[in-house]
Design a protein around this ligand. Sequence first.
Ligand SMILES: Nc1ncnc2c1ncn2[C@@H]1O[C@H](COP(=O)(O)OP(=O)(O)OP(=O)(O)O)[C@@H](O)[C@H]1O
Ligand SMILES: [Mg+2]
Length: 206
Amino acid sequence: MKLLVLHTPKGGSGKSTVAREIAVAASLAGRNVAMADLDPQGTTAGWYRRRQAEAPALVRWSPGAPLEALEGAGLDWLVVDTPPATPPFLPALLAQADAVLVPVRPTPDDLLAAAPIARSLARCPSWAFVLSQVPPRSRLTDGAARQLASLGRVAPAQLTFRADFPAAAITGQAAVEFTGKAAEEARALAAYAATLLGEDLNGSAS
Ligand SMILES: Nc1ncnc2c1ncn2[C@@H]1O[C@H](COP(=O)(O)OP(=O)(O)OP(=O)(O)O)[C@@H](O)[C@H]1O
Ligand SMILES: [Mg+2]
C-alpha cells in the first residue's frame, strides 16, 4: 500500500480539494483507495458524509500506527488530508509517507511560505509542489512555477481555479467525476501523483 500525504501549513491552499480529486481519480482508475482526514476541521470527513458512492473509503488512521490492517484490507493507496498547521504528528506522518504533495497558490503569500516547507520536506523520498487555484490566463503562474522550481520539484499538472471543484463537493463528489476541463486536470494530477508513488495509473499497480 502506498501512502500519499497532502501537506502545507498554509491554510486554504487546496489540500482537501487535491486530496479528494486524486483519491477519486485513482479509484476510478481501478485502485482500491481510502482517505484519512487528520484535520480537526473535518473537511474531508464532511465531504465523505455527503457522498453517495462508497469509493474511495474513509478510514480512521493515526500517524505512527501500523498500516498492516489497511494493507490486509487490500488497499492500494491511502490519501491523507492534513490540517493547515505543523501538527505534532507531522514527523511520524512524513516518515511513513511514500510521497507528499504540497499545494501552492501562485500568490506572493503562498510563495513566501514555500521555502520553509521545502526545507521541512528535505528528507522525504518523493515530494512535489502542485500549483492550485491557478487563475486562468494569468502571468502569475509562470513566475510562481519558476520560483517553486528553484526550491523543489513542481508537478507538471495543476488545478485551475474552476467552479467545478467546489460545485462537485456539494454532493460529495469530485470534479473528476464530471466531464470537462476540471476533470482532465484532476486526472492528469492523479497520474502524476501515481508516478511520485512509483506507479502508472493507467497501467498496473506495482
Ligand atoms: N481549483 C480550485 N478551484 C476553485 N476553488 C477551489 C479550488 N481548489 C480549492 N478551492 C476552494 O478553495 C477553498 C480552499 O480549498 P481547500 O479546502 O481544498 O484548501 P485546504 O488547503 O484544504 O484548506 P485548509 O487549510 O483550511 O484545510 C475551498 O472552499 C475550495 O472549495
Ligand atoms: Mg483542508
